[in-house]
Ligand binder design. Structure first.
Ligand code: DX5
Ligand code: ZN
Length: 221
């Protein structure tokens, strides 16, 4: 199993994002948190910023939409050329239709589940998605504590993906650091968002390599 590390720019310097992208050359993609101060009690940026990032980023963009009315807004982010577009299950009227639309435009379609959202209703729909994001904190802010009680969700998803035989990426987001990444990897995650543990480190690239090694090690055991 490959261990992908996707640093979140949420804790990066927003006034120098291009330079901040240059500090994570070891990453597999850059995680871009879009928040609307409605779906979550925090506000970041919208399509115009993502368009600018897309124009200069050496890494593919993994866009995480923490916004209401994803049906209306998510396709626009795919149209900007994002490699992957994640919308929240709680913010769509029709997850399958939205995922199909995102794939049609050419991005990977990903669905996110808040800690309180059950995974069971989505298990039969897995072939419609390229990725499921299991939130390991309440969405909205970086620097929160990793919720280890989300691991059963990952195990359920990993087993269901194997049953379906689909190439599904299982992403975790929230509180991923050197002391927690192995727990998520062992439960079946293969794609890891890390905000403060990367951009809070003196050497973000070294932090990325440390995280990837820890996850790969957990996958082997
Ligand atoms: C939280 C965001 C995360 C955040 C993670 O709502 O979705 O991507 O940046 O930050 P850390 O890794 O610090 O928990
Ligand atoms: Zn995120």
């Amino acid at each position: 199993m490959t261990a992908r590390i996707q640093p979140s720019i949420l804790t990066a310097d927003f006034a120098n994002l291009q330079a901040e992208l240059g500090r994570i050359t070891a990453a597999d993609a850059v995680h871009v948190d879009v928040m609307d101060n409605h779906f979550v009690p925090n506000l970041t940026f919208g399509p115009r910023m993502v368009e600018c990032l897309q124009a200069v980023s050496p890494l593919p963009l993994d866009v995480h939409l923490m916004i209401s009315d994803a049906d209306r807004w998510a396709p626009g982010y795919a149209e900007l050329g994002a490699f992957s577009v994640t919308f929240h299950a709680e913010a769509t009227q029709d997850a399958v239709a939205l995922a199909r639309r995102i794939r049609e435009i050419g991005s990977r379609a990903s669905i996110a589940l808040k800690p309180g959202t059950a995974v069971e209703p989505y298990l039969d729909l897995l072939p419609e998605f390229d990725q499921v994001l299991v939130m390991t904190v309440e969405p909205g802010f970086g620097g929160q504590r990793f919720m280890a009680d989300m691991m059963p969700k990952l195990r359920t998803l990993r087993a269901a993906a194997e049953r379906h035989g689909t190439e599904l990426w299982l992403q975790v987001d929230g509180g991923i650091a050197l002391d927690t990444i192995a727990i998520a990897a062992e439960a079946g995650a293969d794609t890891f968002v890390a905000g403060s543990s990367v951009y809070g480190a003196d050497d973000p690239d070294a932090a990325i390599m440390g995280l990837r090694a820890a996850a790969a090690d957990a996958h082997r055991h």
